[in-house]
Design a protein around this ligand. Structure first.
Ligand code: ZN
Length: 147
């Protein structure tokens, strides 16, 4: 699993990982609205006291999404930084409400986290610059519109 980290294998030092995010990444996530992109995710993991870890996730690159106006693909730059608390599951400890809980064996799948950050970085409205929309497609769409 390329986007998994084993928290149990991390000692007391801060570690970092780089993940390449491409079309394969998006196609593996069934619910993904984004289907294409090329980004780099940089994840720094700092162990805190007990079973918790502080993750700093940075994602830079671009995604391809359908334009709101003409529905043709357009690329959008993405640049996000987010902090996440992660806790490992253990029986004598209740996880904090805002923490992501890793699996019992200490493994953590970063793919859904990274995807969420990318999805949140996409503006609700996104379209080509004025005049750059696909004219043929716009005409076709207009002809379907009922007033
Ligand atoms: Zn467009």
């Amino acid at each position: 699993m390329p986007y998994r980290v084993d928290l149990n294998a991390i000692g007391k030092e801060q570690v970092s990982f780089d993940f390449k995010i491409d079309d394969t990444f998006f196609s593996a996530l069934e619910q993904a609205i984004v289907k294409e992109g090329d980004l780099l995710a940089h994840v720094e993991i700092s162990p805190n006291a007990g079973n918790s870890y502080q993750l700093q996730v940075g994602v830079e690159g671009y995604v391809v999404v359908p334009c709101d106006r003409c529905l043709e693909p357009m690329s959008l730059n993405v640049s996000v930084r987010q902090d996440v608390n992660v806790e490992t599951a253990s029986t004598d400890h209740d996880a904090s409400v805002d923490a992501v809980v890793a699996e019992k064996d200490g493994s953590l799948d970063l793919a859904p986290l990274i995807y969420d950050f990318i999805a949140l970085a996409i503006p609700i409205q996104h379209m080509h610059a004025e005049g750059e929309c696909d004219v043929e497609m716009m005409n076709k769409l207009n002809s379907y519109m009922v007033y």
